[in-house]
Design a protein around this ligand. Structure first.
Ligand SMILES: *Cc1c(COP(=O)(O)O)cnc(C)c1O
Length: 447
C-alpha cells in the first residue's frame, strides 16, 4: 500500500499522472549506466547462463523424442528471426515518421511446444526441477541419454511429485504441457484474464486448471499456498524465479548466431536495440540480461506494457518495485493483452536490471490490435495482441523528445542507420484460427 498520497507521488513523478490517465508514455531510466558499472552487484553470472544452456542440451534428445515437432532442430526449441521491411513501411505510414536502421522480428510466437516466450523459461524450469529430482533419486545420471526419461519408470517416479504455477495463460501452458509430459501431477492457477482455449487445451492434457475471478497476483498467491502445504510439491514462482530467468537468458547466444548468419554485426558502431513486451518481467528480463552479458554497452533494451498494466514502468520509476501495484494508483489492470495483464512487477527483475534497463513505454490495446492486423496483412505473420507491443518502441525512440534525447545522450544521433531494432514477438502461433480472426477484425475496424 501507498505511504504517500497519490498527488504527492505525481508531483515527484509527473509522468505518473499521464500513466494514471492511461496515456501512452515513454519513460527513460535515469539510472541507466555502463555495463561495467551496473553489473557489479548482480548475483547472476555468465556461468549460470552456460549451465542453463548445457542443461537444455542434455535434455535435447528427450525433447526431440517426446515432441516430434522439435526433431528437425534436434530437440532445441528456438524461434526464427526475420527482417520485416513491409511492416517497417507500415509503421512509417501509421506514425508518419522515418525509421532508420533495420527492423527485425524475433518470432517467439512460433516457438515449438507452447507457442510463446514461455517455452524458454517455463520449460527450462520444469526440466531443471525434473533433473534435480531424478539425479537425487538415481533415476538418472548426468552422462545418460535423457531419452530414458520417456519411460513408464520415469513417469511413475515423477507422478509422486507435483508442480504448481499461477498464470495469465501462457506460463500455465508451458509449465502444464512440459510437466504433464514428464509425468508430474500439475496444477495451473489461472487468473481471470486467461483465455478459455488455453484452459481447455491444458485440461485435454490432464492438467488440473483452477480458475479465479481476480487477477494474476491472486492466482499466484493461491498457487503458492496450495504448493506450500505439500512437501512433494514444487511451486514455479514467476515473481522471483532465478531458474525461469536463466531459461530465458539462453536466448542471447542463439540470437547472436542468427544475427551472424544474417551478416548483422553488433559492436560499438552497430548497435542493437531490443523491445520486449513485459508482464511480471521474467521473460523480457531474462532475455535482456543474457543479451547484456553478451553485447554489454552495444545493446539497449526497452520494456513494453499495456497502458492499463504498466507495473514495471511504475515499479522502476518509483523505485518501489514490487511494493506498489498499478491498482494502488487507480489503474485497473484490464487489458486484452492477456500475457501482460500483471498489476505488480517482479521485484527481483526490477532490481537486477535497475541500471541496465534503458526504459519502458506503454501501448494502448487499440494500437496493439491495429499493429496485429497490419502485421498480418503486410508480413503474413499472426501474433497475439501482447506480442505487438514491441514495435511502437522503435517509433517512440526515434520520434519522441525523450527518445531523441536518449539517443543524443548515448552519442548515437549520427549512427541511426547502423542500428538494428528487434521487436520481440512473444506469442501467437497457438491461438485458434477463429479467435485470431476476431483479433484481426478488431484491428481492421480500428484502422
Ligand atoms: C508472459 C508473456 C510476456 C511477458 O513475460 P513476463 O515474464 O510475464 O514479463 C509477453 N508476451 C506474452 C505473449 C507472454 O505470454
Amino acid at each position: 500500500m501507498l505511504n504517500k498520497k497519490i498527488s504527492t507521488w505525481t508531483k515527484e513523478y509527473p509522468l505518473l499522472k499521464e500513466m494514471i490517465d492511461l496515456q501512452e508514455v515513454l519513460w527513460i531510466n535515469p539510472k541507466y549506466s555502463s555495463f561495467k558499472e551496473a553489473v557489479d552487484k548482480i548475483s547472476i553470472s555468465q556461468e549460470d547462463i552456460i549451465d542453463a544452456e548445457r542443461r537444455l542440451e542434455r535434455f535435447a534428445p528427450y525433447i526431440a523424442k517426446v515432441f516430434p515437432e522439435t526433431k528437425a532442430e534436434n530437440g532445441i526449441i528456438e524461434s526464427p528471426i526475420v527482417e520485416i521491411n513491409n511492416m517497417k513501411k507500415e509503421l512509417e505510414n501509421m506514425y508518419a515518421c522515418k525509421i532508420y536502421g533495420k527492423v527485425l522480428l524475433k518470432c517467439d510466437s512460433h516457438l515449438k511446444v507452447s507457442g510463446s516466450i514461455k517455452a524458454r523459461g517455463g520449460i527450462y524450469e520444469v526440466l531443471k526441477h525434473a533433473e534435480d529430482l531424478a539425479l537425487e533419486h538415481n533415476i538418472l545420471h548426468l552422462d545418460d541419454n535423457y531419452e530414458k526419461l520417456d519411460s513408464d519408470t520415469a513417469r511413475k517416479f515423477f507422478g509422486e511429485y507435483s508442480v504448481v504455477v499461477g498464470s495469465t495463460g501462457n506460463l500455465g501452458l508451458s509449465i502444464g504441457i512440459m510437466s504433464a509430459k514428464l509425468g508430474f501431477k500439475v496444477t495451473v492457477h489461472m487468473s481471470a484474464d486467461a483465455r478459455q482455449w488455453k484452459k481447455d487445451l491444458l485440461r485435454s492434457k490432464g492438467v488440473e486448471v483452477i480458475e479465479y475471478e481476480s487477477d494474476y497476483s491472486k492466482a499466484v498467491e493461491e498457487g503458492r499456498k496450495q504448493s506450500e502445504a505439500d512437501p512433494n510439491s514444487y511451486f514455479v514462482d514467476d515473481e522471483n524465479s532465478k531458474n525461469l530467468f536463466l531459461g530465458y537468458s539462453v536466448a542471447a547466444k542463439r540470437l547472436d548466431k542468427q544475427l551472424s548468419s544474417m551478416g548483422i554485426k553488433v559492436d560499438s558502431k552497430n548497435l542493437l536495440f531490443v523491445y520486449l513486451p513485459c508482464g511480471v518481467g521474467g521473460g523480457p528480463g531474462g532475455v535482456a540480461f543474457g543479451l547484456k552479458m553478451l553485447y554489454r554497452d552495444n545493446v539497449h533494451f526497452f520494456f513494453a506494457e499495456p497502458t492499463h498494466s504498466p507495473c514495471m514502468t511504475l515499479g522502476c520509476m518509483t523505485q518501489q518495485h514490487d511494493k506498489v501495484s498499478v491498482q494502488d494508483f487507480g489503474i485497473d489492470n484490464l487489458t486484452d493483452a492477456d500475457g501482460l495483464a500483471v498489476g505488480r512487477a517482479s521485484g527481483f527483475v526490477g532490481k537486477t536490471l535497475e541500471k541496465l534497463l534503458s526504459g519502458c513505454y506503454t501501448v494502448t490495446d487499440e494500437n496493439m490490435y491495429r499493429l496485429l492486423s497490419k502485421m498480418g496483412d503486410s508480413e503474413n505473420i499472426f501474433l497475439e495482441p501482447s506480442a505487438l507491443a514491441g514495435l511502437p518502441g522503435i517509433v517512440n525512440l526515434l520520434t519522441s523528445e525523450e527518445g531523441k534525447k536518449y539517443l543524443e545522450d548515448q552519442g548515437l544521433e549520427d549512427k541511426l542507420n547502423n542500428i538494428t531494432h528487434i521487436a520481440w514477438a512473444t506469442g501467437g502461433s497457438m491461438v485458434p484460427k477463429d479467435i485470431m480472426k476476431e483479433y484481426y477484425n478488431k484491428g481492421i475496424a480500428l484502422l
